[in-house]
Write a protein that binds this ligand. Structure first.
Ligand SMILES: Nc1ncnc2c1ncn2[C@@H]1O[C@H](COP(=O)(O)OP(=O)(O)OP(=O)(O)O)[C@@H](O)[C@H]1O
Length: 247
């Protein structure tokens, strides 16, 4: 943990890096103008660590994690996830790669309103082809770990915001993906529930062959990071175990 990776290996990417970005740039069109949101990001995310990505609103955090998990194409640059150059994959292969390797927790929970909490949490397992009863059992077990097992049969509309967020977290973790990417996973939670979510992320998402990236503004959990990256105006300006002075 904490050792700098040798970035001079194969194509600039160390084969041991869980995620490797090289010269990742992302532009958006705004009317007649082009705005560059990410400026040539070079990063190696190590397996076995909780990596936090922090930065002011608009600094590009969501854009960067979306690129890292295969849902937003970079304008330029290369992204490897566990050695796979994800933007070189065909559409179907990319969907399959995401399904089998990546769990997302986004700020919008995107739960399916017409099915209950357990079936929402079971979605990745069912998409992978698991029998529905077995998938539901695993989903309920994950909801129990998040302390909302008693809400398993409720529709999303019958749950509080924090409970809906935990269903979304259960859905992201239920298939034990190798990469878990979270945008503000504790923002809607009280301190105790937030700690529980972080404990679960460490349990499920941190292992020798797994990686976890968390975008957060929540200074209650900064002490739980193994590594903190600060993004300012689309550039990484800090990379260390602790927050930089003045933040
Ligand atoms: N689809 C888009 N079209 C145009 N501009 C966009 C688009 N997506 C993001 N942007 C712009 O890119 C910049 C970075 O946005 P991004 O959401 O990555 O920032 P962020 O650091 O995650 O912010 P926050 O903490 O508020 O979520 C912002 O100026 C935003 O307006």
């Amino acid at each position: 943990m904490g050792q700098p990776l040798d970035t001079t290996a194969i194509g600039g990417c160390n084969p041991e890096a869980a995620i490797c970005t090289r010269e990742v740039t992302r532009d958006f069109r705004a009317g007649q103008q082009t705005i560059t949101v990410l400026h040539g990001i070079d990063l190696d995310i190590r397996a076995g660590e909780l990596t936090f990505l922090v930065g002011e609103s608009g600094s590009g955090k969501t854009t960067l994690i979306s690129i890292m998990c295969g849902i937003l194409w970079p304008t330029l640059g290369e992204v490897k996830v566990f050695g796979t150059d994800i933007y070189e994959l065909g559409d179907t292969e990319l969907v399959e790669f995401r399904l089998n390797n990546i769990g997302f927790i986004f700020q919008q929970y995107n739960l399916i309103p017409s099915i209950d909490a357990a079936n929402n949490a079971a979605v990745p397992l069912i998409a992978q082809g698991m029998d529905r009863i077995e998938a539901r059992e695993k989903a309920v077990a994950m909801l129990e770990k998040l302390n909302i097992g008693d809400q398993a049969s409720k529709l999303p509309s019958q749950l509080s915001g924090g409970q809906q967020q935990r269903v979304a977290i259960a859905r992201a973790l239920v298939h034990e993906p190798r990469l878990v990417v979270c945008d503000e996973p504790t923002a809607a939670l009280d301190a105790t529930s937030g700690r529980r979510v972080m404990d679960l992320l460490r349990e499920v998402a941190v292992a020798e062959d797994r990686a976890c990236i968390i975008v957060t503004h929540d200074n209650r959990i900064f002490d739980l990071a193994d590594r903190i990256l600060v993004l300012e105006d689309g550039k990484i300006t800090h990379d260390g175990k602790d927050m930089p002075e003045g933040h």
